[in-house]
Design a protein around this ligand. Structure first.
Ligand SMILES: Cc1ncc(COP(=O)(O)O)c(C=O)c1O
Length: 384
């Protein structure tokens, strides 16, 4: 008999109510029932993004929303700054280059977070920079970037700030309007507790001015089409939306609202803290500095003599727990435990217990139960 537990940083577990919502009869996307669903969903997204701005909703993965921001805001030859802290920062660089932008890339060592002062000094010395791209939670390394500090800097400049919050949104604090972020992009399959397939882009008024002037080729992701469709007497999507996935998202957003976004962030903080304490109690090392870690995912250095992929495979095959390996240059060197979205202490305890058993079998010396005691202490102290 086998059971499966998704503990990856996307896709993530989906609550039963959201899964069942997808089985409801499909409503037509030009009907009043769909308009009602869309408006309610956009309202819920605005709450999670902490924004009153327009939100575009696409049938795509998060990368689609990233591409949409590049295509809609900039024209070939425009100078932009990308502060890259890992795999997903690199993705910004690749997309910007694909759209023939003039990219200045600040590439930090993987595991470090960006230094807002570097962005400030670039913007001071080069007023032709039109946009700054950063990553909120860098899923490949487990760090969270200081988005608020960067937004303070870009708000004082003529450059717009575009934030990839695909894994961070709903797991780590993010306040789009209050912090002054111009564009936030995200996806459905992480902390929003929804199956993959939906992506979002929230766009400030300042960014809209660029949308109007961009000469980059775009069609499916053209923000103007989405805005026009939303401004109709019965707001809708310009093209056939992923109706069933939106139904699931509606349920998940209802749950997030019910819990309250601050409580959701706090739950993630405690889950992440307990995971880390459990890992440290096993004598394993976290990949990134302790004070820079994000609440969406925990990246762990693979112990000497064991290959990272072996651990991930062993935990999956022996206990049905799906962890993630390292990406890019970290392949085989780290493994990652996702805890963004529909997760509770019981999920962390189960994951640590499974990890302990597999590590023991692989010959790693540890005290059985030590990670569980450490994690339990956090849950008890923090009251989760
Ligand atoms: C920070 C970040 N950005 C972008 C993406 C890409 O999202 P998708 O795989 O949905 O295209 C991911 C997915 O893991 C991510 O974690």
């Amino acid at each position: 008999m086998k059971k499966h537990y998704l503990m990856t940083p996307g896709p993530t577990q989906v609550p039963e109510a959201s899964l069942l919502a997808q089985a409801r009869p499909i409503v037509h996307h030009r009907s009043p029932a769909y308009t009602e669903l869309l408006l309610e969903t956009l309202d819920g997204l605005k709450y999670v993004f902490q924004t009153k701005r327009d939100i575009m909703l696409f049938a795509s993965s998060g990368t689609g929303a990233m591409e949409s921001a590049v295509a809609n805001l900039f024209s070939p030859g425009d100078r932009v700054l990308v502060a890259s802290t890992g795999n997903f920062g690199e993705r910004w660089i690749k997309i910007c280059k694909a759209y023939q932008l003039d990219v200045i890339a600040i590439e930090y060592e993987w595991g470090q977070r960006l230094n807002p002062a570097d962005i400030e000094s670039w913007l001071k010395k080069d007023s032709s920079i039109k946009g700054v791209f950063i990553t909120h939670a860098e899923t490949s390394t487990g760090v969270v970037n200081e988005v608020k500090k960067v937004a303070e800097i870009t708000s004082r400049s003529s450059a717009v700030l575009i934030v990839d919050a695909v894994s961070g949104l709903g797991a780590c604090e993010l306040r789009m309007d209050e912090w002054g972020i111009d564009v936030v992009v995200s996806g459905s399959q992480k902390a929003l507790m929804t199956p993959p397939g939906l992506a979002f882009a929230a766009v400030s008024e300042r960014a809209w001015e660029l949308v109007e002037s961009s000469t980059s080729p775009r069609f499916y992701f053209d923000y103007r089409a989405y805005k026009k469709a939303l401004e109709k007497p019965s707001p809708q999507n310009p093209y056939t939306p992923a109706i069933c996935t939106i139904m699931a998202l509606g349920e998940s957003l209802r749950m997030i609202r019910e819990e309250g976004i601050e409580n959701v962030w706090e739950r993630h903080r405690i889950l992440a803290k307990a995971t880390r304490e459990g890992i440290k109690a096993l004598g394993l090392k976290l990949f990134s500095p302790d004070d820079e870690l994000c609440n969406a995912v925990t990246a762990v250095n693979v112990p000497e003599g064991i290959d990272g992929a072996t651990i991930v495979k062993a935990v999956r095959e022996e206990h049905g727990v799906w962890l993630a390996g390292g990406q890019g240059i970290l392949k085989g060197k780290i493994f990652r435990i996702g805890h963004c979205g529909f997760y509770l202490p019981s999920d962390i305890i189960l994951t640590l217990a499974s990890l302990e058993r597999s590590l023991l079998k692989l010959g790693f010396q540890l005290e059985p139960g030590s990670s569980l005691v450490a994690a339990q202490k956090v849950f008890i102290e923090e009251g989760l």
